[in-house]
Design a protein around this ligand. Structure first.
Ligand SMILES: [Ca+2]
Ligand SMILES: [Ca+2]
Length: 299
């Protein structure tokens, strides 16, 4: 990726680990959200959406699925169709009541879908080049602290996988799951996961200890040699293995997949539809130095 190469050449490696509480807010005027104390000294809010104005910000988000089949312009993946308001007059992504909502449902047919997907769902991605013309400016970052307040699908959301993922345009893996909510889990189990390339795909999976259908804040601290996951501001896991060094972009979505006997998604035929994921806000901080080194190429 030319963008990634330029970025690597211009940004260089980030400073070492950052410790200590957040400093007092030096800004005047409207309050700028601060990262939770203890999650590092990151002070610069470099990307955020409060989802409070009732309109999905298409300057920040693409609603096409970069991982989906490019032949259908990012509209199909697994068992689901990702309808686009501008094309099909239908969208499963909306904003209202102070939150972004992704809806997954089991309509038999969506306008425009070519392959008979039985389900529809939605996504927002900050990935550059995700729109039809590959001109979406997008947002990527490397190192920092990202946090979102999320209410996921119910415990009976068989066939779904909701979450906040970080992906890289350089390929897969890497993948960092700030939070992932696979629908096979009867108790609405919430996971934090990490996938990396070690001459092959390796991963680690951890139970987050909370229910998917309750509101929680999920955070990730990403340093050059360390990943730390937080739920409601409390550290629940850390890893220094396979820490990604590529710029990554943000994804909020409900995927649909699985089938009879599937132990991850579960069986969508046994699911309760529709399911929703609500996101009150997402905020991403970097330390001042890292933020200053960000280039237009990262946006
Ligand atoms: Ca908005
Ligand atoms: Ca909000």
């Amino acid at each position: 990726m030319a963008g990634a190469a330029v970025l690597a050449a211009t940004v260089g490696l980030a400073p070492g680990p950052i410790v200590g509480p957040a400093a007092a807010d030096e800004h005047s005027g409207p309050a700028v959200p601060r990262p939770p104390a203890g999650t590092g000294a990151d002070q610069t809010l470099v990307f955020a959406d409060e989802f409070d104005d009732g309109t999905v910000d298409r300057g920040k988000w693409s609603t096409r699925n970069r991982e989906a089949d490019p032949n259908v312009e990012g509209k199909s993946r697994f068992l689901a169709w990702y309808p686009q308001a501008e094309d099909e007059g239908v969208s499963n992504v909306s904003e209202g009541g102070g939150s972004l909502t992704v809806r997954a449902d089991d309509h038999d047919w969506y306008p425009g879908q070519p392959w008979g997907q039985s389900y529809g769902t939605g996504i927002v991605q900050s990935a550059p080049g995700t729109d039809r013309t590959e001109t979406q400016p997008g947002f990527q970052f490397r190192y920092g602290y990202v946090e979102a307040r999320i209410q996921g699908p119910a415990a009976d959301a068989r066939g779904t996988d909701a979450g906040l993922w970080l992906y890289s345009r350089s390929g897969w893996p890497p993948e960092i799951d700030v939070v992932e909510m696979p629908g096979s889990q009867a108790a609405g189990k919430v996971q934090i996961n990490h996938h990396w390339n070690d001459g092959g795909h390796r991963n680690e999976w951890h139970y987050a200890g909370v229910r998917s259908d309750q509101w929680h804040t999920y955070g990730l601290r990403w340093e050059p040699n360390l990943l730390v996951w937080y739920v409601d501001g409390t550290e629940i896991y850390r890893s220094s293995t396979g820490v990604p060094q590529d710029p990554m972009f943000v994804n909020l979505a409900i995927e649909i997949g699985g089938g009879p006997g599937d132990t991850f998604f579960g069986d969508p035929a046994a699911g309760a539809w529709p399911q929703r994921m609500n996101v009150d806000w997402i905020r991403l901080w970097q330390d001042g130095g890292a933020a200053a080194r960000r280039t237009a190429d990262e946006r």
